[in-house]
Design a protein around this ligand. Structure first.
Ligand code: ADP
Ligand code: ZN
Length: 758
């Protein structure tokens, strides 16, 4: 890509990135109205593309007239390019690394409002508002006014206020001055009205205070926190990744806050990435209590606010941006630090479109900007552990819980041959009772929402399945309902609970297995003296309601919390002393190569909710496989011990992080079409594998989803270079004319460093 051309002449051709799934740029002539000095690299043009009107972003120009001359663009949207050189470089890198069309990448670097055909000025309308100021009066007027003011303290106060300078009408009304007062002053000619422009304030500047002001008292750091803070602050201004490996509750957030404080002391912006579910008002408040000029970006932020955030980051008025995955794509005027909290979290991976990892992108951006990067977690991704082992990341450990809380004790509870009561074994029931009786709270983790993971005919044994996915339907039934519903957790399909078995018409359909709804009912019945809070995706649809629930829990009365992974993520439950996991270990042996890692992270994070305050915590894991080696490693040696043995296993198997991986997925309504494309593709590239291993085609671990059959090819090589070469071969082949007949009924996508193979 060429940089901004220094001396600007009218280009003959604009090479535009257009949001279509094609790996190419499109040539247009400049539009009829085109300023002579237009710096068009990075600017948006409205164009006709076939029958559509689209937005193209100029990334190259050519001064030479081509033949035939391309058709002109309709309109230039940006006099000032919206994407500057660093943003375009970032876009190009994303397109190259993830092998995604540049035309689909660049719009992601813009706020949604600017992906449409509006200029920046149109998107940010400046508002004209009415304001008042004092006037000069002649002697006669002054006399009349003085007499009037003697009788009206209200008018006097308003005038005194305006003596300090003009005020908008709204400001005056907010100060308590009324309309009649202002009108009377106008009549007396003591003040005059005028119109003034009021631009939307930048997102960060909502709280007017100096940018680095610290408003909440910081805690006294312990020695390891102190060490971490000074190691990181010492590297401000240089690229250095840190792995902040700190057990749950060890005070990682406090470390982030201190480092940001140090950064703001010398100017610079901080980008703090957090997992989607963890960006609660609680987290926000914690940052906002310390820093002004902070802003938050997450999935529920409206488009207008996204635009303000994009601008605030770009012009530097936001000093601290806290955001989920997509915040990693924002432009920053003066980036000084990136933090990725819970860096192992799955929500950093985008699962469709541009399949990027916000964590990996953060590393890239820190390197480009020459700033430190902090990856924090109690359960780091194996990739990050490996990078730390190899010396690419500097490891910082926090081994103690902050504030004197003790680490919970973990035990395996062998439930082979035990009679379970709604999923709970008798010893576990006794433990729950004992903890509640001591005045504490109990957390029960079940990795399933709904009432039961399946509904089965008790006569013929038929399992009710989703016809579109060929997977069991989850049975849902709310408290107090007679009949429930069946939901597919894969494609979202729903249907009422059937009255009879679809195979044999027998009326007796039985829920089998245990989900959070069923557990909630059973626990309410068994422990009627305490409150049972169910927390899963179904109850947590509203963030406000979830917060209210957390507030109730943290008031501290004995209670039972039953829920899914939502409970695992970063929440602080000071009164929970017992954490019980009913079926978490089942995931250890799932087909995906990362299943073990994910399960170990989940168990450790859930366990970390226990005993986070004065009272010691206990963790009980019910299991049917107490001898499972990964589980044993986790219990005996903790997550770090588990990670060591799992890394050995990955190395022996030649899997990430010891190999680079790509996945080429194909799906179609007919299995033969999807598989056929991949077979053909494999034949085409067989002699151009660049030393990589290309396995498949095989059905995806979830072979059918929403009526489409799914197949995949898996590419592996110890080094990235050859794997990217393979990716280019695959894409070139798929873009060739010969591919057309094979592509007709098939959707495909490529995934670099896939997070899972599902
Ligand atoms: P983590 O992010 O590592 O899970 P947090 O930062 O949430 O841990 O800290 C856990 C709890 O410990 C919080 O309530 C926090 O206020 C408290 N805490 C952190 N650092 C200290 C410290 N140095 N002294 C006392 N309490 C601390
Ligand atoms: Zn389905």
């Amino acid at each position: 890509m060429k940089e901004n051309l220094p001396a600007i002449q009218r280009p003959a051709v604009l090479r535009l990135a257009v949001p279509v799934p094609l790996y190419q740029l499109f040539d247009y002539a400049p539009p009829p109205e085109f300023p002579a000095d237009c710096a068009c690299i990075g600017a948006r043009f409205e164009i006709k593309f076939g029958r559509q009107t689209l937005i193209g972003i100029c990334i190259e120009t050519d001064p030479d007239e081509p033949h035939p001359e391309p058709k002109p663009a309709q309109r230039l949207l940006d006099v000032q390019p919206l994407l500057d050189a660093p943003a375009l470089r970032l876009g190009q890198w994303l397109a190259d690394y993830y092998h995604h069309p540049i035309g689909e990448v660049l719009p992601l670097l813009l706020p949604p409002m600017l992906r449409r055909a509006v200029t920046l000025d149109e998107a940010v309308p400046s508002r004209t508002v009415r304001a008042y100021r004092r006037t000069r009066l002649d002697a006669a007027q002054q006399e009349a006014l003085a007499a009037e003011l003697k009788r009206s303290p209200k008018k006097r106060a308003a005038l005194e206020h305006l003596d300090q300078g003009p005020q908008t009408r709204l400001e005056l009304l907010e100060q308590g001055f009324s309309s009649p007062t202002l009108n009377a002053l106008l009549k007396l000619s003591a003040i005059e009205a005028f119109e003034t422009e009021l631009a939307d304030p930048p997102a960060g500047a909502r709280t007017p205070a100096p940018s680095a002001a610290v408003t909440a008292a910081p805690l006294i750091l312990n020695a390891q926190q102190e060490q971490a803070v000074s190691a990181i602050t010492a590297r401000l201004g240089t690229f250095q990744p840190f792995l902040l490996d700190g057990v749950t509750g060890s005070g990682k957030t406090e470390v982030y806050l201190r480092v940001i404080e140090a950064l703001l002391g010398r100017a610079g912006q901080a980008l703090v990435l957090i997992p989607e579910i963890a960006l609660t008002p609680q987290t926000q408040a914690r940052f906002q209590a310390r820093f002004t000029a902070t802003a938050c970006l997450h999935s529920q932020v409206a488009d207008r606010e996204r635009l303000r955030i994009w601008q605030g980051c770009r012009d530097g008025s936001i000093s601290v941006l806290i955001g989920t995955r997509s915040a990693a794509l924002l432009p920053f005027a003066q980036l000084g630090l990136i933090i990725v909290d819970e860096e192992h979290d799955a929500s950093y991976t985008q699962l469709d479109g541009l399949r990027y990892s916000a964590r990996d992108l953060a590393v890239k951006r820190a390197a480009d900007s020459g700033v430190p990067l902090v990856l924090g977690s109690a359960t780091p991704a194996l990739e990050s552990i490996r990078n730390a082992d190899a010396g690419r990341y500097q490891r910082l450990e926090l081994n103690e819980r902050a504030g004197g809380a003790r680490f919970p004790e973990m035990q395996l509870l062998d439930i082979r041959g035990q009679r379970l009561h709604d999923g709970l074994s008798p010893p576990l029931l006794r433990e729950i009772r004992a903890h509640l009786d001591s005045g504490a709270q109990v957390l029960i983790f079940i990795n399933r929402r709904g009432y039961a993971p399946s509904l089965i005919c008790s006569r013929c044994g038929t399992v009710l399945e989703c016809p579109a996915c060929e997977r069991p339907l989850t049975y849902h039934r709310r408290r107090g309902e007679q009949r429930g519903s069946l939901q597919c957790h894969h494609c979202g399909r729903q249907q009422p609970e059937p009255e009879r078995c679809p195979a044999c018409t027998h009326p007796n359909l039985t829920p089998v297995g245990i989900g959070t709804q069923r557990s909630e009912l059973a626990l309410r019945e068994r422990f009627p003296d305490v409150t049972v809070h169910r927390i899963d995706r179904d109850t947590a649809r509203s963030k406000q309601r979830l917060e209210a629930q957390f507030a109730a829990i943290n008031r501290g009365q004995p209670a039972i919390l039953v829920g899914t992974q939502i409970l695992a993520k970063g929440h602080h439950f000071p009164h929970v002393t017992l954490v019980a996991l009913l079926n978490a270990d089942a995931g250890l042996t799932a087909p995906d190569f990362r299943a073990g890692e994910r399960t170990a992270q989940l168990i450790t994070q859930v366990a970390g909710r226990a005993g986070r305050a004065e009272r010691p915590g206990q963790v009980t894991i019910q299991t049917l496989q107490p001898e499972q080696p990964l589980l044993r490693a986790l219990i005996q040696a903790g997550y770090r011990g588990f990670a060591r043995s799992e890394l050995e296993r990955r190395e022996a198997a030649g899997l990430p992080p010891y190999a680079a991986m790509l996945l080429l997925r194909a799906e179609a309504a007919q299995a033969a079409d999807a598989e056929g494309l991949l077979r053909w593709l494999l034949r085409q590239v067989r002699n151009r594998l660049h030393g990589t291993e290309l396995l498949g085609p095989v059905p995806a671990p979830q072979p059918k989803l929403a009526n489409r059959y799914r197949f995949q090819l898996l590419g592996l090589h110890p080094n990235r270079g050859p794997l990217h070469a393979l990716a280019r071969e695959l894409l070139a082949t798929l873009s060739s004319d010969a591919a057309r007949p094979h592509l007709r009924r098939v959707r495909w996508s490529i995934d670099i460093d896939p997070y899972d193979s599902l």
